[in-house]
Write a protein that binds this ligand. Structure first.
Ligand code: GLP
Length: 235
């Protein structure tokens, strides 16, 4: 595990973009595992700037996102598909057909979970998985539990997650109560994992996740077992 302490959010974002950019340069047809949440937004801005400068080419990149809210259509401005389009995909030369976000509106959610895992497998797995971390230690939407779930699955969101994410919605009641998330197998099988955490409020959970016992009650703690984990943090 490599932990990079940065001075501020701008530095964190540039360092994260360095690692993602290096992945794209070293393997132009790589599979990027991407994340939503507010923390990666600065890194996405940096990547867009580097694309505009002519330093990065996304034309052969494939992406797979971690998660999506159940019940939100891709054009809903709170959906993670919409987030990815507006924060990254619309501004770089990635082929939209090669960008993948699980569907939150599939008629058969179980079949959608299976399709998503098959897709990741057919792509040959993830080269670099970007992760944020929730205040309760969730990664993607893998919430604290008494067991880890390997496959992509539907999850009931915990109260603290709904509360944290309600800042993006009109009210608590508007936040979807369930989501579809990649499970631990695809995340742990990624060749590299990059975790970004910003702010004093994330320090305690980050410490628990990186140095505490490995337990599904702190889902991110499993990352201690990943052979190529980089963490970038700022307070
Ligand atoms: C959401 C996402 C996670 C993300 C987390 C933290 O719940 N599903 O993938 O890591 O929020 O978000 P933020 O970076 O805004 O703190």
């Amino acid at each position: 595990m490599k932990v990079i302490h940065t001075e501020n959010y701008e530095q964190l974002s540039r360092q994260a973009a360095n690692i993602i950019g290096a992945q794209i340069i070293s393997k132009p047809n790589c599979v990027l595992g991407l994340a939503t949440g507010s923390t990666p937004i600065g890194a996405y801005k940096e990547l867009i700037a580097r694309y505009e400068n002519g330093d990065l080419d996304f034309s052969e990149v494939t992406s797979v996102n971690l998660d999506e809210y159940c019940g939100l259509t891709p054009d809903n401005d709170q959906s993670y598909r919409y987030f990815m389009n507006t924060n990254l995909f619309d501004h770089v030369n990635i082929n939209k057909d090669k960008t993948n976000v699980p569907s939150g509106i599939a008629e058969d959610p179980e079949a959608e979970c299976e399709r998503y895992d098959r897709l990741i497998e057919e792509l040959g797995g993830i080269d670099l998985q970007l992760l944020g971390i929730g205040h309760n230690g969730h990664i993607g939407f893998n919430e604290p539990d008494d067991k880890y779930t390997k496959a992509t699955h539907i999850v009931e969101l915990g109260k603290s997650t709904i509360e944290a994410n309600s800042r993006f919605f009109a009210s608590y009641d508007d936040v979807p109560k369930s989501a579809i998330t990649m499970g631990m197998k695809s995340i742990m099988n990624a060749k590299k994992v990059l975790l970004v955490a910003s702010g004093k409020d994330k320090q305690e959970i980050l410490k628990k996740a990186l140095y505490g016992p490995i337990t599904p009650n702190v889902p991110a703690s499993i990352l201690q077992l990943h052979p190529d984990l980089t963490v970038i943090e700022c307070q």
